[in-house]
Design a protein around this ligand. Structure first.
Ligand code: SF4
Ligand code: SF4
Length: 481
């Protein structure tokens, strides 16, 4: 693709249309009393969130976070230093909610929320992918993603919602998934995949849809149903579940794992999208709930879903919480239920991108640091040539792909390209040192973002492999399974 290079045109996302704003219960346009409303909401949010209160009260200005954000490293814009991003909100909070800020604002850097500040909020809270890398380095544990999420929700609540994320929430609410894929099209797609896999393997792997009484409901990002390279991941899940002889199904009603409510900082929208999954699981009578490869879906599933939807008391006692597909596959591998033959990936030399929402915002599996060990164990069992990127760019300190947090939209392309630079630099080093041929990830947004920015960085390989594509290719399959 040809990438438009116009730095000034790619600094903030388009605003949501009045129709979309209204459909999500937000004002259709900027309200007259936006200032007072925003200040009121800010106070409420800080009162109800310990993480936000910490961000408002505890920063020591030590500077440890300043050069840890990929958007700062890529753009060199000082406003993208995490501490500066926080300060946009902190200075306003001090002005309205602290004694010194009210009466001697100059002493503490307190500032008014005027039109200029409001515009800076919109710009820079949308230049944060909520990746939490800065929080790893902060001695007091301040999490800038909490600031940008709260800021976005306040903005949407005064009529300044973001087009891309809000449109997607609207589509997921009204059509069932982020892509607006209707049920019949989903069924056709899955039937086509069954034919493709049979042609490839000679084995009748099924992609069941709405199978009442199946043991497992698999909920996956809708990109897995048709977008390359994500669909190869879905094929991998199906092969593994088939080979292990597990009873499973997908769902038309829960045909989306992604939850953009998180990106716009809205508890009610995160909850509404989560309820669709709970309701579908209950209606289908499943015993287990498994999530496919989607970073922020897993962040929501592991950290928030049970509390938001009132628990999953109908699931099997042995699997009372949502599981990640990598965790399921790893259990099957270690128990001997499936076998992987690494020679089938002998043509590949792999490295792995730790997606932020798995690496830093959630764990995976029951083993310590499972979010790091489980995918690497699967890759090493699937391919003899695995090479990690440099230590400070992996695991807990992984760099964001540059397109997370609801920023995967064309009007932010310049920002996304620049934000990808630290990850691309680390990738370049491992390619040069080890002749790596493929980057593996387990997040639909990372896969899509990398496929877009690779040409800008001159990579010969043009797409990312799903973890389960690699696993599926190595899987030893038997017709009798
Ligand atoms: S959360 Fe990530 S994107 Fe946001 S300021 Fe911190 S490092 Fe940057
Ligand atoms: S590392 Fe933490 S305390 Fe230090 S400047 Fe950044 S946010 Fe403030």
């Amino acid at each position: 693709m040809t990438i438009q290079r116009d730095a000034s045109a790619h600094i903030k996302p388009h605003a949501a249309s009045p129709e979309v704003q209204e459909s999500l219960g937000f004002p259709s346009e900027k309200i007259d009393n936006w200032h007072d409303k925003a200040i009121e909401l800010l106070g409420e949010k800080v009162q109800s969130s310990r993480a936000l209160k910490l961000a408002m009260d505890a920063c020591m200005k030590c500077g440890a976070c300043t050069d840890k954000c990929h958007y700062y490293l890529g753009t060199q814009d000082p406003n993208n230093m995490p501490v500066a991003r926080q300060e946009l909100m902190r200075s306003v909070y001090k002005r309205h909610y602290t004694f010194t800020g009210k009466y001697m604002p100059w002493l503490v850097g307190a500032k008014e929320l005027d039109e200029t500040m409001l515009d800076r909020w919109y710009t820079y809270f949308h230049q944060c992918s909520q990746c939490r890398r800065c929080s790893v380095y902060c001695p007091v544990g301040i999490d800038t993603s909490e600031v940008s999420m709260a800021g976005r929700d306040i903005l949407a609540s005064v009529g300044l919602g973001q087009k891309y994320a809000n449109q997607i929430i609207n589509k997921a609410n009204t059509k069932g998934n982020n892509l607006g894929l209707p049920g019949p099209a989903l069924a056709d797609t899955l039937a086509g995949l069954e034919e493709d896999v049979f042609e490839e393997t000679g084995i009748p792997v099924r992609f069941p849809l709405d199978q009442h009484g199946a043991d497992i409901l698999l909920v996956t990002p809708s990109a897995d149903f048709f977008a390359e390279p994500q669909v190869d991941g879905l094929i991998g899940y199906a092969k593994v579940l088939h080979q292990a002889g597990l009873s499973w199904t997908l769902s038309t009603a829960a045909s989306e794992a992604a939850n953009f409510g998180l990106f716009v900082g809205s508890r009610s929208h995160t909850q509404q999208l989560g309820m669709k999954i709970r309701d579908a699981a209950k209606a289908l009578g499943v015993k287990r709930l498994v999530f496919g490869e989607c970073g922020h879906a897993w962040r929501v599933a592991q950290n928030h879903l049970s509390e938001l939807v009132g628990g999953f008391d109908f699931l099997d006692d042995n699997y009372p919480k949502p599981q990640h597909i990598a965790e399921v596959t790893h259990e099957l591998l270690t128990s001997g239920a499936i076998e992987l033959d690494a020679t089938r990936n002998a043509h590949r030399r792999l490295t792995f991108h730790d997606s932020c929402n798995v690496a830093r915002a959630s764990s995976l599996g029951s083993t310590p640091n499972g979010q790091f060990t489980v995918p690497r164990a699967l890759l090493k069992a699937s391919c003899d040539h695995f090479f990690d990127m440099a230590e400070h760019t992996t695991k807990q300190t992984t760099f964001c792909c540059g397109g997370g947090g609801g920023l995967l939209t064309d009007e932010l392309l310049e920002l996304r390209i620049k934000g990808a630079k630290p990850r691309m630099d680390a990738l370049k080093a491992v390619v040069e040192q080890h002749g790596v041929t493929d980057l593996v990830a387990m997040c639909a947004i990372c896969k899509s973002q990398f496929a877009t920015v690779f040409p800008e960085y001159g990579y010969a390989f043009d797409q990312v492999l799903s973890l389960h594509q690699v696993v599926g290719d190595a899987l030893v399959m038997t017709p009798a399974a």
